[in-house]
Design a protein around this ligand. Structure first.
Ligand SMILES: NC(=O)c1ccc[n+]([C@@H]2O[C@H](COP(=O)([O-])OP(=O)(O)OC[C@H]3O[C@@H](n4cnc5c(N)ncnc54)[C@H](OP(=O)(O)O)[C@@H]3O)[C@@H](O)[C@H]2O)c1
Length: 295
């Protein structure tokens, strides 16, 4: 299949491009020099549409987003331009050339008040500007494209790209002392395995709304301990220069849900769910880091 990937230099985009090629797909990386989603005007639409039709594209995966959750509180218009109107532009361009679109969204569309993981049938209630812009993107994509996959993810990490876990390893090795959240529940998800899950979903062609995170739950504080334990089992000691603190001690401009655990009900019901428990994925990620000499 010919697949265009927007955000090819982002954390998930890098892994998607690698995994698509490994599965034998033809990848067209579309970065912001080709399509800047903060200018979702008619010219951008035509440019993207021409690019997609010129490569005979069959699937467009949009990982590009304004992902600065705290920054979106101030730059709210920019967040909505990229995450809502920009996402709609991608969906329209895909639809006009007869391609399906896979759009990435977030666990933050929920408020975290439920005492169980959220499934695709629960009602979102975003708490931050970032989350509202992502929810708007979901709605615009669903109405602009006749064939869409909307995939909510959360707690992503992986090699290359900016993310909490890769910077955690770097900062622990540099001897920095860190305060880590011991309250908020998350299901950390390795981008490589998520990329494979997304490709499987798109290959199957069952359009709709999906949740896709690793199994289980933890906090970033407990995750950091697990990371040190697993690194140690691989013969690499990381200093545990971190303490666990309450969410309230980590003041940040944007409000985040206290739990954003997702139930991947739709993937399960369709027999497509393939993501492992988060700790198993962490072990595989660290093994990859070790093999490439980054641990
Ligand atoms: N990271 C998480 O834990 C997490 C959690 C929930 C949902 N998500 C969602 O998952 C998706 C992938 O996230 P990620 O972690 O891979 O994000 P990321 O590493 O921050 O990458 C974002 C990508 O978007 C591109 N981009 C930003 N603004 C753009 C613009 N105006 N025009 C075109 N491209 C633009 C960036 O391009 P440059 O490389 O040029 O900057 C970058 O390649 C996003 O939709 C995000 O909202 C992520």
């Amino acid at each position: 299949m010919r697949v265009a990937v927007l955000g090819p230099q982002g954390s998930l985009g890098i892994h998607l491009c690698e995994e698509l090629r490994l599965r034998g797909h033809d990848v067209d990386p579309v970065d912001r020099t080709v399509c800047d989603l903060s200018s979702p005007d008619r010219e951008s639409l035509y440019r993207l549409r021409d690019r997609l039709s010129g490569t005979d594209c069959q699937l467009v995966i949009n990982t590009a987003a304004f992902t600065d959750v705290d920054g979106a509180e101030q730059k709210t218009d920019e967040a909505f331009l990229v995450n809502a109107l920009g996402a709609e532009l991608v969906a329209r361009a895909a639809d006009e050339v007869g391609a399906a679109v896979c759009h990435l969204s977030t666990d933050f569309v929920f408020d975290g008040a439920l005492l169980r993981p959220y499934d695709e049938f629960d009602t979102p209630n975003p708490l931050s500007a970032y989350a509202r812009s992502k929810l708007a993107g979901e709605q615009l994509v669903a109405s602009a494209a006749s064939r869409s996959f909307i995939v909510r993810v959360g707690g992503l990490y992986g090699r290359r790209g900016r993310n909490f876990v890769s910077s955690l390893v770097t900062r622990l090795r540099a001897g920095q002392s860190l305060k880590l959240d011991r309250d908020r529940l998350t299901a950390p998800t390795w981008n490589r395995l998520l990329a494979r899950q997304i490709i499987t979903l798109c290959e199957r062609g069952e359009h709709g709304l999906y949740h896709a995170t690793s199994q289980g739950q933890t906090t970033w504080y407990d995750f950091a301990h697990a990371l040190c334990d697993e690194a140690s089992a691989l013969g690499r000691e990381l200093p545990r220069n971190f303490v666990g603190v309450a969410t309230s001690e980590l003041a940040s401009p944007a409000e985040r849900p206290r739990s954003s655990l997702l139930d991947c009900r739709m993937l399960r019901l369709r027999g497509l769910y393939q993501l492992p428990p988060w700790r198993e994925a962490l072990r595989a990620y660290l093994t990859e880091l070790l093999i490439v000499g980054e641990l």
